[in-house]
Design a protein around this ligand. Structure first.
Ligand SMILES: Cc1cc2nc3c(=O)[nH]c(=O)nc-3n(C[C@H](O)[C@H](O)[C@H](O)COP(=O)(O)O)c2cc1C
Length: 185
């Protein structure tokens, strides 16, 4: 990849390809791409990322003891200036795939992600906006903990069926603009 061009990395925590998280993350990436970024997207459910086993190897050595796809994903994350973190709400929190991934950040040295930007994408079925708040809170605090910048949040209430986000042009536009803005400033 050309290092002079910003890289925006989409990380999808839903297992549904073509689902609402996927659609909204794609819109953010499309906005970023139109603003001149290189983009890449990964599906956590396509990767082998084990949950943290609290072995404390990382505290002792600075590196995670588990050898799985987290190493290559952490490399992609380090090479990107902005991450688009997407997860649907599953019982008031992120999906299990996303939480396993999030817990594994602990195996990456504390300041390695400092200064990067994060855009959050959180669809959910309920029409009540507060149903997304816990998940957004977890993600925002995780960015803050890693000294990253929270750039934008795309919360999507009322999205149950895969593809429902396609019926919400205003939400798609918000997602597109978040991607554009993250790159063009
Ligand atoms: C196991 C599971 C738990 C869910 N829990 C909630 C919930 O607590 N609140 C809610 O509003 N929607 C909940 N949903 C609905 C999803 O958040 C919603 O369908 C979302 O749009 C899925 O995103 P996706 O299309 O990217 O997979 C749940 C769905 C599943 C499969």
């Amino acid at each position: 990849m050309n290092s002079t061009v910003p890289i925006v990395l989409g990380i999808v925590g839903s297992p549904r390809h073509g689902g609402n998280t996927d659609i909204l993350v794609d819109e953010v990436l499309r906005g970023a791409s139109d603003a001149g970024a290189q983009t890449k997207k990964v599906f956590l459910s396509d990767l082998d990322i084990h949950p943290c086993i609290a072995c404390e190897h990382c505290a002792e050595t600075g590196a995670c003891a588990q050898k799985d796809d987290m190493q290559s994903l952490a490399k992609d994350m380090a090479e990107s200036s902005v991450w688009v973190l997407g997860t649907p709400v599953y019982l008031f929190g992120p999906t299990a795939q996303f939480k396993a991934f999030l817990d594994r950040w602990i195996g990456v040295p504390k300041n390695d992600f400092a200064g990067k930007g994060g855009i959050l994408v959180v669809p959910f079925a309920s029409s009540e906006p507060e149903i997304g708040e816990n998940t957004l809170h977890i993600l925002k605090r995780s960015l803050q903990y890693r000294k990253m910048n929270h750039l934008d949040s795309i919360a999507g209430p009322g999205l149950l069926d895969a593809g429902a986000a396609n019926g919400q042009p205003e939400l798609l536009e918000l997602a597109y603009k978040a991607g554009q803005q993250a790159v063009s400033g």
